[in-house]
Design a protein around this ligand. Sequence first.
Ligand SMILES: Cc1cc2nc3c(=O)[nH]c(=O)nc-3n(C[C@H](O)[C@H](O)[C@H](O)COP(=O)(O)OP(=O)(O)OC[C@H]3O[C@@H](n4cnc5c(N)ncnc54)[C@H](O)[C@@H]3O)c2cc1C
Length: 387
Amino acid sequence: MTARYLLSDEEQTIRDVAKRFARDRLAPGYQARDQHDSVIDRGLLAEMGQLGFIGAELPEALGGLGLPCATAGLITETLGYGDFNMAAMAVTGSLIGQIIADNAQPELAAEWIGRLVRGETILAIALTEPRGGSDAANLQVSARRVDGGYCLNGEKTSITSADQADAIVVFARTGSVEERARGISAFLVEGNSAGITRTRFRDIGYRAPGRGSLFFDDVFVPDSHLLGKEGTGFIQVMQGFDYSRALLGLLCLGSAQASLDETWAYINEREAFGQRLADFQGVTFPLAEYETQVAAARSLCYHALQLKDAGMPHSAEGAMCKWLGPKTAYDAIHQCLLSTGHYGYGEDTPHQQRLRDVMSMQIGDGTAQIMKMIIARDQAKQAASRT
Ligand SMILES: Cc1cc2nc3c(=O)[nH]c(=O)nc-3n(C[C@H](O)[C@H](O)[C@H](O)COP(=O)(O)OP(=O)(O)OC[C@H]3O[C@@H](n4cnc5c(N)ncnc54)[C@H](O)[C@@H]3O)c2cc1C
């Protein structure tokens, strides 16, 4: 089960604790929590926080554990084995936590990072708007300068946990449209601020975190809640994505590994034509192929995280993880569902839910096409520098 790269003693211990938690606390309720209108179980979230599973790489000075990002990846993958959606909260914590830790004023950072890592709060990140998410720099939500702060107006859509979040990191335009990315700033907006309206979508998967829209109608945000300097919002979120994309790959691969393990067990028991299914290469070879592909994609994710830990560029590698991880996981789970025959098609097995949950990350945080654009841009730049 889960990561097979060589672990230090500390990582081994952390993984063992995460594995037990995934098996005993997360997996049993994974399917029950896949209900329309279900929400994140805040009790479980607090347990995750107590065990140090949320934002484990965040600085100790702000309440984190200061662990390597690769260790945060190990936690994500291991929890993803038990419950994709609860594990996704650890990824959200790392993404938003990093943005707050790096850019918020110290007091604000300490307040929200403390609550985040303890599992006492749900945070959201609001970039996408109705006119499109891929061209993220083309956003319209405005932040107008007013006495003592800013006034936000406009709509964000497709935002994870829009209706549950206690605070939202909002990307809004402080400059002109012509400035594109350089005219975007980031704000930490408290969820109970006057002028915010929230809705919730009905989705096929990723249901407990859920998605929805956020409407900002003259929402006042004090100066103290501007993250970093005006005009730096876009770079903040893109740097955050470089990291979270490797985590999301591992999240999906952890889920796929659960389906693979269950399917190996199933074909060892199930018989056809007087033999175990495991005796037929037609059954085992596709699974062997997906074991290999999952292992390869997993190695890529840890490689990207190790680059980040070493302070090296990892945008292209992050994009590779975000494309290959969810795709490989989706394909592997689909094969597991088919190898389980008619049982696999029923709602009693978790394969169908994992398929729906993992698919969310083939779109969320950037689609495959956008990931390939990032990889291609990086390769072209490297080629140009060689000539
Ligand atoms: C489960 C889930 C969770 C999400 N959570 C959040 C969140 O918390 N916060 C947030 O801000 N957003 C969130 N999103 C939104 C997500 O980031 C966007 O959906 C995504 O970036 C794509 O934007 P879009 O849906 O507007 O598609 P579009 O940008 O309209 O693209 C539609 C299709 O065209 C393709 N396409 C677009 N441009 C090109 C191009 N130049 N070349 C080739 N193909 C192209 C895309 O790849 C896609 O397949 C979430 C989405 C999902 C599904």
